[in-house]
Design a protein around this ligand. Structure first.
Ligand SMILES: CC(C)(COP(=O)(O)OP(=O)(O)OC[C@H]1O[C@@H](n2cnc3c(N)ncnc32)[C@H](O)[C@@H]1OP(=O)(O)O)[C@@H](O)C(=O)NCCC(=O)NCCS
Length: 190
């Protein structure tokens, strides 16, 4: 897994930050709890519900990309290794999930650092990545080489997102999907 270390002058007091990429199987309970706490600041359920969701949904081979400042988790993304189908043929892809920066650390260029780190990890993994987002977040991903997947070119098979008003308000975006998509891709999240 990738593990890198940088410093940025633009951060207050020249704070050091660390980027870490770990498979779920390599995380300890404390790390999982800090992921749940960070996620709960934006997707607010409760910490026990976040923990329950994590235990139920996240697989040992899924990849957790983390941004830490002075050992505190301030940014996170989950890359879920899952199956998709095109033309009845199955293939592996990574569902890009739970991309978040702690509110206090936004608008400082850290979102850019985390998405570029995710892209770097994905470049090593090879299979393409797919994410869903609201219309207002599309320009952010476009800036960092993600591409819009037209709505008639994908279907999510086993998930009804709680955070969107309807399935038609879901925007699909991909990274490293090089080939031209002729038929619809059927994505499984679970
Ligand atoms: C999306 C998010 C990770 C961005 O993090 P951030 O630290 O604020 O972003 P940065 O400061 O690194 O911004 C990098 C660039 O993207 C731009 N940007 C930030 N948010 C944007 C948005 N929603 N739409 C378009 N551009 C955006 C910034 O203006 C900046 O551009 P610049 O370099 O030209 O000035 C953060 O706002 C967040 O955690 N939001 C809540 C969770 C969320 O919405 N996740 C996405 C789920 S799909």
């Amino acid at each position: 897994m990738l593990r890198s270390f940088f410093m940025r002058k633009t951060l207050q007091q020249d704070k050091k930050f660390t980027l870490i990429s770990l498979k779920t199987g390599d995380l300890n309970k404390k790390q999982i709890l800090s992921i749940c706490k960070l996620k709960n600041l934006y997707w607010s359920w409760t910490i026990p519900k976040q923990f329950e969701w994590y235990k139920k949904t996240v697989k040992k081979t899924d990849i957790n990309n983390m941004l830490l400042i002075e050992k505190k988790l301030v940014g996170y993304t989950l890359l879920r290794k899952r199956k998709a189908f095109e033309n009845s043929k199955s293939f592996i892809y990574y569902y890009f999930d739970s991309f978040i920066l702690h509110k206090k650390f936004r608008n400082k260029g850290l979102g850019k650092i985390l998405i570029l780190f995710n892209n770097k990890v994905l470049n090593k993994l090879k299979p393409h990545s797919f994410l869903t987002c609201s219309k207002k977040t599309v320009p952010f991903y476009l800036k960092y080489n993600w591409k819009i997947l037209p709505k008639n070119k994908f279907k999510i098979m086993d998930h009804k997102p709680a955070w969107f008003n309807s399935m038609t308000s879901i925007n699909g975006m991909t990274y490293n999907l090089d080939k031209k998509i002729k038929k619809k891709i059927f994505y499984y999240f679970n």
